[in-house]
Design a protein around this ligand. Structure first.
Ligand code: SF4
Length: 94
């Protein structure tokens, strides 16, 4: 990924926000691979894998709602907000 990528002035690599795929639940339909415009997903052995996690848009969960078998999960938004609040102490708004 582009290591210079930031979110609100915080290096994107420090922000723990990206999908997880439950490989047992995934049926390999490919919906998420096609739906994500940021190239987060790839297909491997007939399943979706999270190939580029930090390309995921912070707070975006649209792929999760498209997965018909509920194989995609994200961290809790409340936890992410708390993490960002902490990180902003290190990376204050300019
Ligand atoms: Fe697997 Fe769900 Fe993605 Fe389909 S949308 S490939 S079932 S994770």
């Amino acid at each position: 990924m582009d290591e210079s990528k930031h979110y609100l002035g915080i290096p994107r690599l420090l922000i723990p926000w990206h999908p997880l795929v439950d490989a047992e639940a995934c049926i390999g339909c490919g919906v998420c691979v096609k739906a994500c415009k940021h190239g987060v997903y790839a297909e491997s052995d007939g399943k979706a894998v999270v190939a580029n996690p930090y390309e995921c848009e912070v707070f975006c969960q649209s792929c999760q709602f498209q997965c018909e078998v509920g194989a995609i999960s994200f961290p809790k938004k409340e936890a992410l907000k708390a993490t960002i609040k902490e990180l902003r102490k290190q990376y204050p708004p300019r």
